[in-house]
Ligand binder design. Sequence first.
Ligand code: CUA
Length: 324
Amino acid sequence: MRWLALWLCLGTCSSCSGAQSALDPAGEEARQIADLFWLMAIAGGFIWLTVIGLLVHATRHERTPIDERIASRLIFWGGAAIPSLLLFLLLGYALWLMPGLRPFARAGEANGLRIEVTGEQFWWRVAYHLADGGVPILSANEIRLPVGERVEFLLKSTDVIHSFWIPALGGKMDMIPGRVNRLSLATKPGTYRGPCAEYCGTSHALMTFTAVAMQPAAFREWLSVRANPSPGASLPGRDIFLRNGCGACHRVAGTQAEGGVGPDLSHMGSRGTIGAGVLPTDDEAVRSFIAHPHLIKPGSKMPDFNMLPQQDIAEIASWLKGLE
Ligand code: CUA
């Protein structure tokens, strides 16, 4: 039994770090939330231990009649005054933190870069709006951020309510159809994982994204590469992709594929995962996704393309994977 308890404790500790842990903060907002968590956990633990200690004390000692005045004082202080004071202090601290976590509070500090993220069933549409007001740079399921610079997120949804959350960087913000919610975040270098934090349908649990924080110079360089269409080498896969109508739903910058229904596939090969975090970007995974998206991602809008010859699927996969 003791070993089981120890094992369970160690199991909980293992989630205290990593790419998707609110307890391993990499941004100012996440640090404040983690501080609040630890304060609440320590205060709660202390109160629990005190109550359990008193309980054990009460069961072990011989009961002698207690003076009524002392009993009333005990009830007043232990039962009403001290708990109220503790709750008041904890609530006060939480309220004091709130202004800094509110959507607009730090928007003024944003450096002009706004990243529009739209929740879709079951992936993330991403558009970078630069300060110069030029054409937005489109992407999907991966967000790149400049280290140390505050970025403003514009969060939307087109179908149902999703929720945007990068636990290591800050709090959650719902994505609600018909409105734009705002969140501003700054980050340390690293790669973080963000889940969808609101049940949105069959593949809700398969809706994640990666946030990669890069040094500002590397980030600008990355943006400038994205701003210039790269049709990829003229491989047979490109013609097969276009011939089979994939471009009606997907966009690949620099080709006739201009569809906006599914994820933007320009530079797909440079992303670490496909299907919004479901599989690694390797040949086999891309081939299986094209052939049977419903087996990998139940409820997705993409039809199965298993009727295509295996060779054609392999050619499309190798072209897409080469789009870096
Ligand atoms: Cu999107 Cu849950």
